[in-house]
Design a protein around this ligand. Structure first.
Ligand SMILES: NC(=O)c1ccc[n+]([C@@H]2O[C@H](COP(=O)([O-])OP(=O)(O)OC[C@H]3O[C@@H](n4cnc5c(N)ncnc54)[C@H](O)[C@@H]3O)[C@@H](O)[C@H]2O)c1
Length: 318
């Protein structure tokens, strides 16, 4: 049975990760932490929770000493679009937080997970079927942080024997928690707007292909990777992961299967478009499949159906 500490637990991924881990490993065996308090009636608040700023190493150490986890999942970070607005702050939080987390994992012999991103690629990366090992010269601060983070994970594995595991997540799509300032957020917003207003203005241009994945597949992938036999894991920096490569018009067509009146137009945001243009169109996930059995269940149509139904239920539209 694992005993898990999670940082950034109130974020888009953390919220669903905490709930899944508590279901699998027991409510009291999963400590959620974040820089802010959870809502008192939220699912996160129904189990162990501590306030933790990940840039405060002493406090992180104190919490590890008192909770005594065997596994550390580090989710706290500033995402791509937000990081680009304040790059120095992004460096301090993304790299300072990660280094503290890796140090704690080294000192207390904890299994370690942190996500990288398709943002770790850049304009000189092959755009189609992007290989697991390839050119990584990102042009955003977020991308720079993710490449450095991947290398740090590999370094802590090679140098100190820390059991580091990571994935390059594509854009993650969920109806439970609003996204936290990423470039792929349009693919979440579009569903909410389709149900609530029947119309969406996309800040990402037509024909901009990016990898995406439904949140349930992302959470299952984390659990599966953490449970995998370490001997079989060749890549200790981060695994390419994706379930679909999509662009806004494809999402529109999938939505129109359920909401035929849905309208999509474009008001492109140059900052986020620039980041999107520097990312791959679709990445090769064969190493994750071969080394630990990654096998996502949701394609665009299946995900669209669930997203629209769940959002409609929340809004009592249908
Ligand atoms: N969501 C995606 O589509 C996506 C895709 C690829 C990679 N990722 C990566 O997954 C991880 C989690 O992403 P997310 O989407 O859940 O992010 P999010 O922005 O939704 O959540 C981040 C959480 O970190 C917390 N936080 C911020 N500063 C903190 C600090 N100093 N100390 C402690 N907590 C702090 C925030 O309060 C927030 O709850 C990040 O590393 C991100 O880069 C996410």
């Amino acid at each position: 049975m694992k005993k898990i500490m999670i940082t950034g637990a109130l974020g888009q991924i953390g919220t669903e990760l905490v709930i899944k881990c508590r279901t699998l490993y027991g409510n009291d065996n999963v400590l959620a932490t974040d820089i802010r308090e959870p809502d008192v009636d939220s699912a996160i608040a129904q189990g162990p929770f501590e306030i933790l700023d990940v840039t405060d190493k002493n406090h992180m150490t104190q919490i590890v000493e008192s909770f005594k986890p065997d596994t550390f999942m580090h989710m706290a970070a500033l995402l791509s679009a937000t990081a680009e607005k304040n790059p120095q702050f992004a460096w301090d939080l993304n790299m300072g937080g990660l280094l503290n987390a890796l140090e704690v994992a080294r000192e207390y012999h904890l299994q370690f997970f942190t996500p990288s991103s398709i943002g770790a690629f850049g304009p000189s990366t092959p755009k189609v079927n992007t290989p697991q090992v390839t050119i990584q010269r990102p042009t955003s601060m977020y991308g720079v942080n993710k490449v450095a983070g991947e290398l740090l994970c590999q370094y802590y594995f090679d140098k100190f024997g820390v059991d580091t595991r990571s994935v390059r997540f594509p854009g993650l799509i969920s109806h439970i928690k609003e996204p936290g300032g990423g470039t792929t957020d349009y693919a979440v917003d579009i569903y909410f707007k389709a149900v609530r207003e029947g119309h969406y203005s996309s800040y990402i241009a037509k024909d901009t292909f990016m990898d995406m994945m439904y949140m349930e597949d992302a959470i299952d992938a984390i659990i599966q990777l953490m449970e995998a036999d370490g001997v079989k894991l060749i890549n200790r920096n981060a695994y390419n992961l994706s379930a679909m490569s999509i662009e806004p018009e494809m999402v529109k067509e999938a939505i129109r299967e359920h909401y035929p009146e849905f309208q999509l137009d474009y008001e492109v945001d140059p900052i986020r478009q620039n980041i999107a243009d520097s990312w791959p169109n679709n990445i090769d996930i064969s190493c994750a499949r071969a080394e630990w059995g990654f096998n996502p269940k949701y394609d665009l149509n299946k995900m669209t159906e669930v997203m629209l139904n769940e959002i409609a239920k929340k809004n009592k539209v249908r």
